[in-house]
Design a protein around this ligand. Sequence first.
Ligand SMILES: Nc1ncnc2c1ncn2[C@@H]1O[C@H](COP(=O)(O)OP(=O)(O)OP(=O)(O)O)[C@@H](O)[C@H]1O
Length: 517
Amino acid sequence: MDNYIIEMLGITKEFPGIIANDNITLQLKKGEIHALLGENGAGKSTLMSVLFGLYQPEKGVIRVKGQEVRIKGPLDANALGIGMVHQHFKLVHNFTVLQNIVLGMETVKHGLLKMDDARKKVMELSERYGLYIDPDALIEDITVGMQQRVEILKMLYRDNEIMIFDEPTAVLTPQEIDELMQIMRNLVEEGKSILFITHKLDEIKAVADRCSVLRRGKYIGTVDVASVSKEEMSEMMVGRKVSLTVEKTPASPGKTILEVDHISVKSHLEGHTKLLVNDVSFQVRSGEIVCIAGIDGNGQTELVHAITGLGAMSSGSVALNGEDVTKKTIRHRNTHGLSHVPEDRHKHGLVLDYNLAYNLVLQQYFEPRFQKASFLKNEEIYKYADQLIEQYDIRSGEGADTVVRSMSGGNQQKAIVAREIAREHDILLAVQPTRGLDVGAIEYIHRELVKQRDAGAAILLISLELDEVMNLSDRILVMFEGSIVAELDPQEVTVQELGLYMAGSKRQDMAGKAGEA
Ligand SMILES: Nc1ncnc2c1ncn2[C@@H]1O[C@H](COP(=O)(O)OP(=O)(O)OP(=O)(O)O)[C@@H](O)[C@H]1O
């Protein structure tokens, strides 16, 4: 008999207008890494939230080590040895790493916290599982990768045997992803069992033993990862063949749309004298996709903020279609040719408590098409929204009326991309446009970007995904420590070489290149 540590049998969970989980079965063996794969909105996060006690299913049974259980909340889940690392981490930002790990588990002696024992246990766990952390650093000062290690240590500190990772790699750099894969292998070697949500088939191939596939709330099947190809897994998930490469003809660039001229950005932090963006100049022309490649944190965010107006620059200028917009408002830039898919979808991309229709016209509701004498033309707005929802296959419970906060992460992302591509623009500044999207949606968005390019739009892509950079761009600019250190032709450079530039081990002589058309 199979040694299942968790069995979820016939789980059904409904939300208004949608059956998020429709009679789903998931069986986790002890000591395996089990991937959960499915399109955006297929019901993966919902199913894991049911297991962690965040939602109560309408139907179905959960067994832990053969015993039927009722999991009424995360405390019940914890008592059963189940831990979860959420897509958006749940850490207290002004607490230290150590305080976060022991939070809620503090032991007290004579009214005093026994932090020394806690520290010892945390450091032992950190060593044993290869989870490097600084116990005294504040969460707000550490990298996303370290924050994730804190979340994993929280589970280990609570002796969790079953670990749920909800899209843990979406926020990590390629190096951090490799580290996490190794950590996951260490965890199962020590007897833990892992449930792992990801959209990345390479990751499933690299670490998972088995993979269960969901589609539109339904269970499709479970496969042994070693015996199926990536193409077979994506077909199971989407229900059709998906092309994992981008087809495009060579670019024929036209006139300059965006001109970035000697931009520098200083840090706001006291004592930081280094420039976050250091004298960056480049142009993007109509009909080309230029990609800024780089390891996260090398000034890309600050550069994008300077171009869009979300953040200040200390010197330099930005021109759109020949007009100097350096001192212009965000709205001015948006109505004069600039579309922007932002990096932080919750902070800059959506109003989470508005419905989908209003989010789809956030940059346009003031135009005569959608407004007359300060009144919104709701009929027009909903007509437009329905069109985009259909075209981009944005899935949610109540269509245009759905409050965006309740939508799945991938569908929130699709809504932003749809809004920014669909409205009139001369340049699209797309920051990680496919983050959190399933392979089918990525295929669609990549094709749309190429279509935009061929119709004459300029595209500036900021991506951490090397495959995306290599497949999609016509020109690559590599950013390292705030500067552009190389301009590369994706046809001529190898991924390995690109990696060397990104890591700062190699650089071109850029003198004379800056500002060159
Ligand atoms: N709290 C909620 N209220 C209403 N609807 C919800 C809620 N949570 C999820 N849904 C809906 O249930 C469906 C499944 O969402 P879920 O987040 O489980 O998908 P997912 O497979 O994790 O998707 P993604 O890959 O995009 O993260 C979605 O259509 C979503 O809109």
